[in-house]
Design a protein around this ligand. Structure first.
Ligand code: NI
Length: 182
């Protein structure tokens, strides 16, 4: 396993549409190694999710979630279990939307408020090629939408209605705002 370098805004790889992974290639050493590296890179950079184009691979793979639930008493609303989805597609969006802060490993040091559907259903394949269907709400639904946007060459700033909330994380933290990296 290896930690890969994360592409940052301005790199054209982030604006390309990712290619679907042929299901018969999912078990190949190349794809399995990429998945392992994505998980390790996500851990290293401290993100809640990572899409393959962020590590310079134009393929429709996302890794998201965290290894362990928080152990102390402090509630960590950012936790949900780690998962990998290949060729993911959002098949249902709630019409109800909600705005919240988002950050991105490919847009370092910044966060902005983004309006997203509060619930989504996502279908795709797991790393063994088995079909999966996940229903997510709230924060997890937001992370799915953010990561799957990466597969379409979109960044969260493209989803901001206006840029007035785009802020430096160091300024937000002074005001007690938690800033996730996706
Ligand atoms: Ni991101």
């Amino acid at each position: 396993m290896a930690i890969r370098k994360v592409a940052v805004m301005g790199n054209p790889i982030l604006r390309r549409k990712a290619e679907q992974v042929p299901p018969d290639q999912i078990s190949s050493p190349r794809i399995q190694a990429l998945i392992d590296d994505m998980i390790e890179t996500q851990r290293e950079y401290g993100g809640i999710g990572l899409a393959a184009p962020q590590v310079h691979e134009p393929l429709a793979i996302v890794a998201l979630g965290l290894d362990n639930p928080p152990t102390d008493d402090g509630e960590d609303s950012s936790y949900f279990p780690r998962m990998v989805l290949i060729n993911p597609k959002i098949t249902e969006f709630s019409t109800q939307m909600e705005a919240d802060w988002e950050g991105c490993l490919s847009v370092p040091d910044l966060s902005g408020m983004v309006k997203r559907s509060v619930a989504v259903t996502v279908e795709g394949l797991d790393r063994h090629g088995n079909p999966v269907k996940v229903s997510a709400e709230g924060w997890m639904a937001r992370v799915f939408q953010h990561e799957i946007d990466h597969l379409h060459g979109l960044l969260y700033i493209d989803r901001m209605g206006d840029l007035k909330t785009l802020s430096f994380n160091r300024e937000l933290s002074r005001r007690g705002v938690e800033t996730p990296a996706e």
